[in-house]
Design a protein around this ligand. Structure first.
Ligand SMILES: [Zn+2]
Length: 232
C-alpha cells in the first residue's frame, strides 16, 4: 500500500490538530470557565447564607418570647405586697427573683450573640454578592474575547477542512475510515513509522509474525496504542 497520500493528509491534519489543542487551552476560555464556576459557587454560598440568616432570625424570635415570659414573671413578682409576707415567703421570693434576673441576663446575652451572628452572616452575604458581580463582569469580558478567538479559528479550521476533504477524495476509503476512527479518539499522529522492530508511536516491540504481516499488507494496527504503523 502506498502511504504517501495518507501521510500528506496527516501532515495537513496536524495543523488542524494543533489548532484544536490551542482552542482547548485558550486562556480566554479557561478564564471564562473559571469565572463561571466562581459565579456558581457564589450563588450556592449566598443561598446557604440566606438559609442560615433565616434560622438565626427564627432563633431570635424564640429567645425574645422566652425573654418576655421571664419579664412578665418578674413584673408580677415586683407587684406583690411584701409587707403581708412571712419571712419564709420572703426568702422564697428572693430566691425566685434572683433566678428570674439570672434568666433575663442569660437571654440577653443569647440575643446579643445571635445579633452578632446575623451581622456576620449579612457581611458574608454582601461579600459573596460582590464576588458574584465581579465574576459575572469578568466572565462577560473573557467570553466575548473567546468568541472572537473562535471566529478567527473557525475560519482557519474551515480552510484546512476543505483542503482535507479534497485530499481525502484520492484516498482509499478503508484507510481514511480507519484514520478517522482513531482521530475521533484523539489519537494523533494516527500513522507512525515502524522504527527498527517497534511501533513508532508507543515503541513497543512487535513480534516477528506482526512484522511479516506489516510487510505483506503495508500497514498494521498497533495492538498497544492503536496507531497505524507503516513501513517507511
Ligand atoms: Zn504502538
Amino acid at each position: 500500500m502506498d502511504v504517501k497520500k495518507i501521510l500528506e493528509y496527516q501532515k495537513l491534519d496536524s495543523e488542524l490538530f494543533k489548532i484544536e489543542k490551542q482552542l482547548q487551552n485558550n486562556p480566554n476560555k479557561i478564564k471564562a470557565n473559571e469565572m463561571h464556576e466562581k459565579m456558581k459557587n457564589s450563588q450556592e454560598k449566598s443561598l446557604k447564607l440566606e438559609e442560615r440568616a433565616k434560622k438565626i432570625l427564627e432563633e431570635i424570635e424564640k429567645v425574645k418570647k422566652q425573654y418576655k415570659v421571664q419579664e412578665e414573671k418578674l413584673k408580677e413578682f415586683l407587684s406583690k405586697d411584701i409587707e403581708a409576707m412571712s419571712k419564709e415567703e420572703l426568702d422564697k421570693m428572693s430566691v425566685l427573683k434572683d433566678k428570674l434576673s439570672q434568666n433575663l441576663n442569660i437571654l440577653e446575652k443569647n440575643l446579643t450573640s445571635l445579633a452578632e451572628n446575623v451581622n456576620a452572616v449579612l457581611a458574608s452575604f454582601n461579600q459573596t454578592i460582590k464576588v458574584f458581580n465581579s465574576s459575572k463582569e469578568q466572565y462577560a469580558i473573557s467570553k466575548a474575547s473567546y468568541d472572537e478567538d473562535v471566529k478567527v479559528i473557525d475560519k482557519q479550521e474551515n480552510e484546512i477542512e476543505d483542503k482535507l476533504k479534497e485530499l481525502a477524495k484520492d484516498l482509499d476509503k478503508k484507510i481514511i475510515d480507519e484514520y478517522m476512527k482513531r482521530r475521533k479518539e484523539n489519537i494523533f499522529p494516527v500513522l507512525v513509522p515502524l522504527h527498527e522492530n517497534s511501533c513508532g508511536g508507543c515503541h513497543i516491540e512487535l513480534p516477528y509474525a506482526k512484522i511479516s504481516k506489516l510487510e505483506n499488507e503495508g500497514i498494521l494496527s498497533c495492538e498497544h496504542c492503536h496507531r497505524i504503523i507503516y513501513k517507511s
